[in-house]
Ligand binder design. Structure first.
Ligand SMILES: Cc1cc2nc3c(=O)[nH]c(=O)nc-3n(C[C@H](O)[C@H](O)[C@H](O)COP(=O)(O)OP(=O)(O)OC[C@H]3O[C@@H](n4cnc5c(N)ncnc54)[C@H](O)[C@@H]3O)c2cc1C
Length: 398
C-alpha cells in the first residue's frame, strides 16, 4: 500500500512539478541570478534594460503564463506549481520576481478573474509574452493599510469616466503600459459597493508617472507614484461590475500574499545557501567557522524556517485551489511567517559573513536589504496579525 493511502497525506510533488523545479533552478541560476547584482546597483536606465530582458527570458520559459488561460497564451498551471517556479525566480533575483508578479499577478490575476473577453484579449497575450507590463494601483499617500480611505475618485461623463487622485508605491509604475486603478465612484456606498476598478492605459489623457522612489531594497524593481488629473477612460476600461473594485482588490491580494510569501522564501533560501557556502570556506582560530556551533545552529534554524515557510505556502496554494474557505487566513499565515523568517534569516546569514556581509562584494548585503519588504508589501505584518487574530476569535472565543 502506498504511504499516502495509509495516511491520507501526500507531500510528494508530481513528476511535472519536480521537472518545473529542476528546469527553473537551472535556468534561473544561469540566466537570472548572474545579473541580480547589476540590476540592484546599476543606474535606472541600465537596470531597466536588464529587468526587461529578464522579463522576456522568463516569458520565453513560460513563467509569465503559468497562471493564465491557454486561450491567451498561458499554460493554466496550478498555484503550487507557480510557487515552485516562483521560489526559484525569487531565489535568483527578488526584484525580477516582484516586477513580474505585479504585472502577471496583481494586474493579470484580477483581469483573469473579472475581465471581459475583450479586455483579456487586449492585454493578456502581451502580458504573458512580456511585451506589455502591468501594475496595480491601490495604495495612496494617505491610504495604505487602511486602503478603504482612498481619495481617488471616478465620475461618469457620458460614455467616459474621469479619474482624479494619486496612487503611490506602485511597483512597475515607471515602466508599466497599463495600471489597474481603484477609485471611488460612490463614496457614500462605502468600499464594498462604491469602489470601481479601471484598466488605465499609460496613453490615457491626464495619466502621468509621478515621483520615483529610491528604496532600501528591490532596487531593480521600479516604484513610483501614478498621477491621475482629469484622466479620461472609456466605459470599456471598467473591470467587471461597477462598485466591486474594492472586493476585487482584496481578492487579488489573497494571491498577492502567497506571492509575497514566495519571494520571501526565495530570499531566505538564497541567504541560507550563501551562509552555508561562506561558513564552509572561512576559517577563524584555525578552523572552518562551520565547525562552531553558534554558526551551524543558525544554519539548522534557517533550514527549519524555510521548510515551514514552504509548507505554509503550499498549504495556502492548495486551499485557494480547492476553494477552501480558510484560504484567505492561510495566505496571511504563509505571508506573515515566510516574511518574518526571511528577515531573521537574512540577518543571521549576514552575521555569518562577519564584516564581509556588510560590504557590497557579497550578495548577502543585497539579500538583507531585499528581505524587509516582505513584512510591508501586500499588507504589513501587523495587518496580517489583525486578520489572523480576527479569524482565531471568530472560531475559538466562545
Ligand atoms: C516597494 C513597495 C512596493 C509596493 N507596491 C505596491 C503596488 O504595486 N501597488 C500598491 O497598491 N501598493 C504597493 N505598495 C504599498 C504597500 O502595500 C503599503 O506600503 C502597505 O500596505 C502599508 O501601507 P503604508 O505604507 O501606507 O503604511 P501605513 O498603513 O501608514 O502603516 C504604518 C504602520 O502602522 C501599522 N498599522 C496600520 N494600521 C494598523 C492597525 N490597524 N493595527 C496595527 N498596526 C497598524 C502598519 O502595520 C505599519 O507598521 C508597495 C510598497 C512598497 C514599499
Amino acid at each position: 500500500m502506498k504511504v499516502q493511502e495509509m495516511t491520507g497525506m501526500n507531500y510528494e510533488l508530481t513528476e511535472e512539478q519536480v521537472s518545473i523545479r529542476e528546469n527553473f533552478k537551472k535556468f534561473c541560476d544561469n540566466e537570472i541570478k548572474v545579473n541580480a547584482d547589476a540590476l540592484d546597483r546599476e543606474d535606472q536606465q541600465v537596470s531597466m534594460k536588464i529587468l526587461k530582458e529578464n522579463i522576456r527570458k522568463l516569458a520565453d520559459l513560460g513563467y509569465l503564463g503559468m497562471g493564465h488561460e491557454e486561450a491567451y497564451g498561458g499554460t493554466d498551471q496550478d498555484l503550487t506549481s507557480q510557487a515552485i517556479a516562483g521560489e526559484e525566480v525569487a531565489r535568483a533575483c527578488a526584484s525580477t520576481f516582484l516586477s513580474v508578479g505585479a504585472s502577471c499577478g496583481l494586474f493579470g490575476v484580477p483581469l483573469r478573474m473579472f475581465g471581459s473577453d475583450a479586455q483579456k484579449a487586449k492585454y493578456l497575450p502581451g502580458i504573458i509574452k512580456g511585451e506589455l507590463i502591468g501594475s496595480f494601483g491601490l495604495t495612496e499617500p494617505e491610504a495604505g493599510s487602511d486602503a478603504a480611505s482612498m481619495r481617488t475618485t471616478a465620475v461618469k461623463k457620458g460614455d467616459s469616466w474621469i479619474l482624479n487622485g494619486t496612487k503611490t508605491f506602485i511597483t512597475n509604475g515607471p515602466i508599466a503600459d497599463v495600471c489597474l486603478v481603484m477609485a471611488y465612484n460612490d463614496k457614500e456606498a462605502g468600499p464594498a459597493a462604491g469602489v470601481t476598478a479601471f484598466l488605465v492605459d499609460k496613453e490615457s489623457p491626464g495619466f502621468s508617472v509621478g515621483k520615483s522612489f529610491d528604496k532600501l531594497g528591490f532596487k531593480g524593481s521600479p516604484t513610483s507614484e501614478i498621477v491621475l488629473e482629469d484622466c479620461e477612460v472609456s466605459d470599456d476600461a471598467v473591470l467587471g461590475e461597477i462598485g466591486r473594485g474594492f472586493i476585487q482588490a482584496m481578492q487579488t491580494l489573497e494571491f498577492g500574499r502567497i506571492g509575497m510569501a514566495t519571494v520571501s522564501l526565495g530570499i531566505a533560501v538564497a541567504c541560507m545557501q550563501e551562509a552555508a557556502k561562506y561558513a564552509s570556506e572561512r576559517k577563524a582560530f584555525g578552523r572552518l567557522i562551520n565547525r562552531y556551533q553558534e554558526i551551524s545552529f543558525k544554519l539548522a534554524d534557517m533550514m527549519i524556517m524555510t521548510d515551514i515557510s514552504r509548507l505554509l505556502i503550499y498549504r495556502a496554494c492548495w486551499a485557494k485551489e480547492t476553494g477552501d474557505p480558510e484560504s484567505a487566513v492561510l495566505a496571511s499565515c504563509a505571508k506573515l511567517f515566510a516574511s518574518e523568517s526571511a528577515t531573521q534569516i537574512s540577518s543571521w546569514a549576514l552575521q555569518v559573513h562577519g564584516g564581509y556581509g556588510y560590504i557590497k562584494e557579497f550578495p548577502i548585503e543585497r539579500l538583507y536589504r531585499d528581505a524587509k519588504l516582505g513584512e510591508i508589501g501586500e499588507g504589513t505584518s501587523e495587518i496580517q496579525r489583525v486578520l489572523i487574530a480576527k479569524d482565531v476569535l471568530s472560531k475559538y472565543a466562545d
